[in-house]
Design a protein around this ligand. Structure first.
Ligand code: 13P
Length: 248
């Protein structure tokens, strides 16, 4: 039985002081034993967030990480900088990183391998554009993203990974995918993992849906057979996130 995993992606929002205030506001609302709860905050607030979340069920995650150990990579964050402060999760290959910061399937794969090397759980993002959906190539596109992201990843590592299926047209648009659309793709992702590895790996890996998830849509989405939780943007910055975490 897979444990649900519900993560907030705060994106480029909240100063360190605002981060503390929001964690204090949300911490009584996100108490649950049924799901892992992760707040992925901006890098500058990671330490502050860890401190604010101490003694709660909230885990703090990063939104990005570089695939080299150290060196002349101005502005980047090394994996051991994350592990040294106690970070266990990192979002990799969000569509905004792919669109605005030129991340590719190849760099996503490098980052995924590096995260595993350091014992950090990657939340690996995939998703199609509206054009791709209209062209009927959604599943082919997602399968390609998954196959490249998992190149050279072992089955034991893959079992612990998190995949976030986020249709780009549903991100920040208020246009949530239908339950059928979300489940269809999440199921196809699990089948792709079974093809690359085996049934046991496919059964273990956790797959989230992301894209305009709200308190109103969470329950139906998260009760689908292949949807193990969500990666939530806008609604993770509000008290609503408590309702999403406690969706049942
Ligand atoms: P929204 O929930 O704001 O649509 O964002 C989704 C997302 O991109 C989470 O990573």
């Amino acid at each position: 039985m897979r444990k649900k995993i519900i993560a907030g992606n705060w994106k480029m929002n909240k100063t360190p002081a605002e981060t503390v205030a929001l964690i204090n506001e949300l911490k009584p609302l996100v108490v649950t034993e049924d799901a892992d709860v992760i707040f992925c905050v901006p890098a500058i607030s990671l330490t502050t967030a860890l401190e604010a979340a101490k003694g709660t069920n909230i885990e703090i995650g990063a939104q990005n990480m570089y695939f080299e150990e150290s060196g002349a990579f101005t502005g980047e964050i090394a994996p051991n900088m994350l592990t040294s402060i106690g970070i266990k999760y990192v979002i990799i290959g969000h569509s905004e990183r792919r669109e605005y910061f030129a991340e590719s399937d190849v760099t996503v794969n490098k980052k995924v391998l590096k995260a595993f090397e350091h014992g950090i759980t990657p939340i690996i993002c995939c998703g199609e554009s509206l054009t791709q959906r209209e062209q009927g190539i959604t599943i082919d596109w997602i399968r390609q993203q998954i196959k490249i992201a998992f190149l050279s990843v072992t089955a034991d590592q893959a079992k612990t990974a998190v995949i976030a299926y986020e249709p780009i047209w549903a991100i920040g648009t208020g246009k949530v995918a239908t339950t059928e659309q979300a489940e269809e793709v999440c199921k196809a992702i699990r089948e792709c993992i079974a093809e690359i590895y085996d049934e046991a790996t496919a059964a273990a890996i956790r797959i989230q849906y992301g894209g305009s998830v709200t308190a109103a849509s969470a329950a139906e989405l998260f009760s689908q057979a292949d949807i193990d939780g969500g990666l939530v943007g806008g609604a993770s910055l509000k008290a609503d996130f408590g309702k999403i975490v406690n969706y049942k």
